[in-house]
Design a protein around this ligand. Structure first.
Ligand SMILES: [Zn+2]
Ligand SMILES: [Zn+2]
Length: 316
């Protein structure tokens, strides 16, 4: 099959082996896949991954033992647990120590004609969500994880740090709650997408008081966490959404002195993400900077790394 493969270098290939589903899995024909920060990191060696990257996708079920699913458009949760351990039995396969993660760890991903996933990972899509929009379900679900982890209400003052792909989604979702929201980024053009939606967005955090109950770090840089510490009030909460946060020298002094709660946050629930797109509560269309055919996937990755670019999709 055709696809992108990473083995120290990303390349487009036409000789990849088509994956075979086991009896609890489906073979999915990928329609569209999105490039996210994790994919960019993978092409720099993150997780030591080799194979087909890609974990944000939508596709059509080509074959599986559940006839009702064949031919359905689906998106899929990306963690595949062992099915036996304590975490898997507690429906927390995201934390199974033996887990594989689509296009990130131990399992070929979405930048290819076909992928496989367990049936229980798949979510059928309503017709009202286009393929382009459906690619955002996975990152949007990761944003909804925040609402599972932190109580957000009208009394909360919340800051979203970062105007990349994830930051723009975070700001849109948090704006649906009653909280007092400020989005802080570095790029006028990206923040303009939020301003258009009536969201209070600004370049840089200079002049902001240190009085936020919750700061969500989507900065995607080691400096984001220090900036979050400078904005969160004593006894406040920092939600860390980026693995880049751990790369800098980190002083936990003020975490201790100011009794800050730090919450790591990764994959999240698909249902509210699908509902938000179907109900047009979140508009992801302005975030699409370009769509490339699979043959030009290497080019698409280059483009995704350029400044000013938000989301690049690959049509498979
Ligand atoms: Zn991603
Ligand atoms: Zn397990």
């Amino acid at each position: 099959m055709r696809g992108l493969s990473f083995d120290g270098k990303l390349s487009y290939r036409t000789d990849l082996l088509e994956p075979r589903p086991d009896k609890d899995s489906a073979l999915v024909r990928v329609s569209m896949a999105g490039i996210c920060a994790t994919d960019m990191e993978i092409t720099k060696g993150y997780m030591g991954f080799k194979g087909v990257p890609g974990h944000e996708f939508c596709g059509v079920v080509e074959a599986c033992e559940n006839d009702g699913l064949v031919g359905r458009r689906v998106v899929g949760e990306i963690n595949v647990g062992c099915g036996k351990c304590k975490w898997c039995r507690d429906k927390a396969q995201n934390h199974c120590p033996e887990r594989k993660t689509l296009g990130i760890m131990g399992k070929d991903g979405a930048f290819a004609e076909f992928l496989t996933l367990p049936l229980k990972n798949l979510h059928p899509l309503p017709d009202s969500i286009t393929d382009e929009e459906a690619v955002f379900v996975e990152p949007l679900a990761a944003v909804y994880e925040i609402l599972e982890q932190v109580k957000i209400n009208e009394y909360k003052k919340v800051c979203v740090l970062g105007d990349g792909r994830l930051g723009l989604l975070c700001a849109q979702v948090l704006a649906l709650t009653d909280c007092v929201l400020v989005a802080v980024g570095r790029h006028e053009d990206k923040l303009a997408l939020l301003k258009k939606l009536g969201i209070n967005a600004r370049v840089g955090s200079n002049g902001l008081e240190r009085d936020f109950d919750v700061v969500v770090d989507c900065a995607g840089s080691p400096e984001g966490f220090s900036e979050a510490l400078a904005l969160v009030k004593p006894r406040g909460t920092i939600v860390v959404k980026t693995t880049a946060a751990g790369k800098g020298a980190l002083s936990l002094n003020s975490v201790v002195i100011d009794e800050i709660t730090v919450i790591g946050s990764r994959c999240g629930p698909f249902k509210p993400a699908i509902d938000a797109l179907a109900g047009r509560k979140v508009d992801v269309r302005p975030l699409i900077s370009a769509v490339y055919p699979l043959e030009e996937g290497v080019e698409a990755f280059k483009r995704a790394g350029e400044s000013g670019v938000v989301k690049v999709l690959v049509r498979v």
